[in-house]
Design a protein around this ligand. Structure first.
Ligand SMILES: CSC[C@@H](O)[C@@H](O)C(=O)COP(=O)(O)O
Length: 343
């Protein structure tokens, strides 16, 4: 396996390393990953997270296992174990499908390695293309708003929605971005804020429940979010709280865009009701887990509802920013998402 370096995933001398995102922004620790069970835990605990990133990490691990001499049967079984690690992001399933296809070849070890390397390289390229299309929508001086973390940490490249923000900033448009902290696991407050600092992007952190007030005051010009799965009709799943933003944006007539590569589109889901939504542990809502251990602010046994994602209906979306370009409501209603050509 050749050396590849992303913000949160890297390979060096044939070994796979994952930046532990649960420790950010305070600690940068790379975890050496060699076993399938280890990768499953890393994905479930969100040490590696973000739709494209989990697909790429799982594929690289499978390629590594192939190189370690695992049999075809073992690799097929491992692919299924990895596939079951998180249910919502279809990138994971798509990447594993591509890896499983390589196992049909006679020289499946080199085919698996080449495929995983290609998935990494492809994601870098797709991120650049989305950034170009999305940044073209941004006008000078705009105040953008984003949710969760959709940057380099969540992909192999510059990111999806945050990649757009990053390019708009690099183009000298003088933007700023409101960063939703993103309860319950604070991907905005911990990860997007950290990436903005690293990149010199002007940002201000807000609690999720402050977005409405900012919109009412006319302080949000445009919203960019990512996605874990886009259905054929344009409904899409993203980090819980995205739907709130879409409803607010509609009421305040603020353009609302979803930014995702074609690898996030799932034509087999006819609409958002078909997208499986991950339910997560109650402890995440009862309190917070930090380097200091678990702190509860709710009663320790409080009954909890904790979906990781929600579904935003297509009718609330201004545009779908893909690697191939920006689709509008008319194109999506005419089935454009089911006919995507890979750019
Ligand atoms: C490029 S990131 C798109 C999505 O994966 C992102 O917005 C998101 O919701 C991530 O959720 P997470 O639970 O942190 O993996």
């Amino acid at each position: 396996m050749k050396n590849m370096t992303g913000l949160s995933i890297k390979t060096e001398q044939g070994q796979l390393y994952i930046l532990d995102q649960t420790l950010l922004p305070h600690q940068q620790r790379w975890l050496h990953c060699q076993q399938v069970e280890q990768m499953v835990v890393m994905i479930q605990q969100l040490q590696v997270r973000g739709a494209p990133a989990i697909g790429i990490a799982a594929s690289l691990l499978l390629a590594y296992r192939a190189g370690q001499g695992d049999s075809r049967a073992q690799l097929l079984c491992s692919a299924e174990v990895l596939r079951a690690s998180r249910p919502t992001a279809v990138n994971l399933m798509n990447n594993l499908d591509a890896m499983v296809a390589t196992l049909q070849q006679s020289d499946y070890v080199s085919a698996a390695v080449a495929c995983a390397e290609q998935l990494f390289a492809e994601d870098v390229q797709l991120c650049l293309q989305m950034a170009e299309h999305g940044a073209a929508l941004v006008q000078p001086g705009e105040r953008l708003l984003t949710h969760c973390n959709t940057g380099g940490l969540a992909t192999a490249g510059v990111g999806t929605a945050l990649g757009v923000v990053r390019l708009a900033q690099q183009q000298g448009k003088g933007i700023k971005v409101w960063v939703d902290e993103t309860r319950p696991l604070l991907q905005g407050g911990r990860l997007t804020a950290w990436e903005c600092e690293q990149l010199g992007i002007p940002y201000q952190l807000i609690c999720d429940n402050m977005a409405a007030m900012l919109m009412a005051r006319g302080e949000v010009d445009r919203i960019f979010v990512g996605s874990d799965r886009i259905a054929a009709n344009g409904d899409f799943a993203n980090k819980v709280g995205t739907y709130n933003l879409a409803v607010l944006a509609h009421y305040h007539q603020i353009p609302f865009y979803v930014v995702a590569p074609h690898t996030t589109v799932d034509p087999s889901c006819s609409d958002g009701s078909q997208i499986p939504i991950e339910q997560r542990p109650a402890a995440e809502v009862r309190g917070v887990r930090g380097s200091f251990g678990q702190v509860y602010w709710a009663p320790e046994q409080a009954p909890v509802f904790n979906p990781a994602f929600d579904v935003t209906p297509a009718k609330l979306v201004t545009g779908w920013v893909l690697d191939s370009g920006v689709l509008d409501q008319v194109a999506v209603a005419a089935g454009a998402l089911t006919r995507l050509t890979v750019s």
